[in-house]
Ligand binder design. Structure first.
Ligand code: GTP
Ligand code: SPV
Ligand code: MN
Length: 621
């Protein structure tokens, strides 16, 4: 079917056949179909999954990985988000922040249009109407979008990660209010990824609610509902409307089966720093009879104050999990293995794959890779058996290899995960990979100090983004790569939204990643044991424990933490519950410089900084 011969007839008919009634959506599709030069347009939703899977298998774009499980490789230079090439563009130069990589929309628009012109020639354009919210959410007006993509595997990912179907756009109160997201893959082998001649651009035109991504088919570069809309655009919308916050947060419930109480905790850790693992946490065996952790979300939360009861409510806008495969196994995360079991429809990307047995493997899946390498290929497609001696130690799976599975596959999914209103928040936590200084947990009861703590979150960068692994950097609220408006305004918006709540959450900073300076081992066993400091936090909020007050917050005493069954050396425990005041004083000078970059930072934040600095000078450790 070629539009050249009958430019509108075929397209109109295919949109009619799909039941797409919204004329604004139809105009948008026609425009971009013509611009990108696609040969066909196909409107899809969740019910098309089985057919698209069959077509993808037949085309060899995905291969079977056991019953109802699939595998694909991405292009070798296209395996993670590109932060350098990701841009926020608007008409107003005042939207420029330190981290949002702002450019004028008037400059970016022609660059994207030029790259996209005719760039999908001969391909099918998949039209994916979607909703980034539980249906009926008060934030639904911000959650509607339509992604146009020229890549079938991306469409399969979208079906798992977002609620997809024409019904989400047919009856909008304002039919023109939807996020327009255009994804064009481009000629991946000739885009100069990571060179001065890089052709890729991933641009959110935030004030136009339009997202144009060119030059990748991987993760957040290509699934536009998730990061680009769900975080970057939504954060901008939340600020512009004054209604909500959108953050890179996990969201969990913890139920005490003995008392029947449930708490809800949300929190930000930078990419590949443990959100998915925390949300899927099975209680440690010694606590499992009493506590149960429920999964609401693992990567994004939208927070608003309900005018009726004055509480903060959070929703997870997503419908699936795009989880890091590395180190996922029966001990670290049995729940994750359940969520990718046979029959789940999971899609693996860039793990190792066995041609003969259709098994998949990644580093940390088992302590050693399979002994018999027959049939095994690494993530680039090379046979392990043909590796040269010096390549033997190379990982089999890419460190950012992932699994994509729908929320309904997650064994600990909360029964009310679809509740339109969301769940009331008891605590907001921040954390990241920090090899020293940050204790296991420190609780913060003051709002400005909590927001200050989020703004000064420092962590080691991970393999989820290209080229920056291990580098220490500040990552405000874990939103550094997703910031869409200036940091000073961001801090003020936080203070205002959380400040409006009659019932304030407690804040805490957590760190599962402190290491021994000599041999580098993790001082805290992490994973399932992370429930213990969170239980302490809830007890602290309820006034059941007192903790120990320090300059940087309240830390648990060893007696207060339930450590029954934890494998930890006394010296290590001591270290993760102690504040190294000397090291913190050094940190405060860095924080001063970090915060000084932000124009218009609210005075409350500076006051919080000075209070903490003064307490440290007073010697409180
Ligand atoms: P994004 O999807 O990129 O936003 O990542 P995320 O924050 O959800 O990270 P995820 O839970 O997928 O974890 C990333 C990596 O950290 C995985 O390789 C985990 O095995 C590892 N990890 C998670 N929790 C812990 C922990 O408590 N201790 C240690 N040592 N490693 C952990
Ligand atoms: C992240 O990098 O934080 C992710 C994965 O959640 S991606 O969707 O690729 O951004
Ligand atoms: Mn993430």
């Amino acid at each position: 079917m070629a539009f050249e011969s009958n430019p509108t007839g075929d397209l109109e008919k295919s949109l009619d056949d799909a039941g797409l009634k919204n004329s604004h959506v139809r105009d948008y599709i026609s425009h971009w179909a013509a611009h990108t030069g696609v040969a066909r347009v196909e409107v899809i939703g969740a019910s098309d999954d089985a057919r698209l899977i069959s077509e993808s298998l037949a085309a060899g774009e995905i291969v079977p990985a056991g019953e109802g499980r699939y595998y694909s490789r991405s292009y070798a230079k296209d395996t993670a988000r590109s932060e350098e090439r990701t841009i926020v563009a608007t008409a107003d130069p005042a939207d420029k922040g330190v981290y949002n990589n702002w450019h004028p929309a008037a400059t970016m628009r022609p660059l994207l249009e030029e790259r996209m012109r005719g760039a999908s020639a001969g391909k099918t354009m998949y039209v994916i109407p979607y909703l980034m919210a539980p249906p009926g959410s008060p934030l639904e007006p911000y959650a509607v979008g339509v992604e146009l993509t020229d890549h079938r595997t991306v469409a399969l990912h979208m079906i798992r990660m977002a609620r997809c179907g024409v019904d989400y756009v047919n009856n909008l109160a304002d039919p023109d209010k939807f996020v327009r997201g255009v994804h064009v893959t481009g000629d991946l082998e000739n885009l100069g990824q990571g060179t001065p001649d890089d052709q890729r651009y991933f641009v959110t035109f935030a004030d136009e609610r339009t997202i144009l991504h060119f030059g990748s088919s991987y993760g957040g570069n290509a699934l536009l509902g998730k990061i680009a809309h769900g975080l970057r655009q939504a954060a901008y919308d939340g600020w512009a409307s004054g209604e909500f916050l959108s953050e890179q947060f996990m969201l969990i419930g913890i139920t005490d089966k003995q008392t029947g109480r449930t708490w809800h905790i949300c929190g930000g850790f930078p990419s590949a720093s443990g959100k998915t693992n925390l949300a899927m946490m099975a209680a440690p065996d010694s606590l499992g009879d009493r506590y149960h952790v429920e999964f609401y979300g693992d990567d994004i939360a939208w927070l608003r104050v309900d005018p009726e009861d004055g509480k903060i409510y959070a929703i997870n806008p997503e419908n699936g999990v795009f989880g890091v495969a590395k180190d996922t196994n029966e001990v670290t995360n049995p729940t994750a293995l359940g969520s990718i079991a046979p029959g789940t429809g999971v899609l693996f990307t860039n793990v190792a794959y066995n041609d003969d047995t259709h098994e998949v493997w990644w580093e940390g899946r088992t302590p050693q890779p399979p002994d018999d390498v027959t049939g095994w290929r690494d993530w680039t497609g090379k046979l392990i058996s043909e590796r040269s001696a010096d390549a033997m130690d190379e990982p089999w799976a890419h460190p950012n290899s992932r699994f994509t599975t729908a929320l309904t596959n997650v064994p600990n999914i909360a029964p009310d995960f679809n509740k339109s209103k969301g769940v009331p928040i008891d605590a907001i936590i921040f954390g990241g990979r920090t090899r020293d200084r940050e204790p296991l947990i420190r609780a913060i009861t003051d709002l400005a100090e909590g927001v200050y703590d989020g703004l000064t979150l420092g962590a080691e960068a991970t393999f989820a983004a290209e080229g920056v692994e291990g580098q220490l950097r500040y990552d405000p609220m874990s939103m550094r790569p997703f910031m869409s408006y200036p940091e000073g305004a961001y801090a003020a918006h936080w203070l205002r939204i959380i400040g409006e709540a009659a019932d304030k959450p407690i804040f805490a900073h957590v760190n599962w990643f402190q290491r021994d300076p000599v041999d580098g081992h993790f001082l805290w066993p992490g994973y399932r044991d992370n429930l213990r400091p969170l239980l302490w936090l809830m007890q602290l909020k309820a006034g059941e424990v007192k903790g120990r007050h320090t300059a940087v917050g309240i830390v648990p005493t060893a007696e207060e933490l339930d450590l029954n069954g934890v494998d930890i050396k006394p010296g290590d425990l001591d270290k993760i519950l102690t504040i190294d005041a000397q090291r913190w004083r050094v940190e405060m000078a860095h924080r001063e410089q970090h915060l000084a970059q932000f124009e218009g930072l609210p005075e409350e934040i500076w006051k919080a900084h000075r209070r903490v600095a003064a307490a440290l000078e007073d010697g409180a450790g």
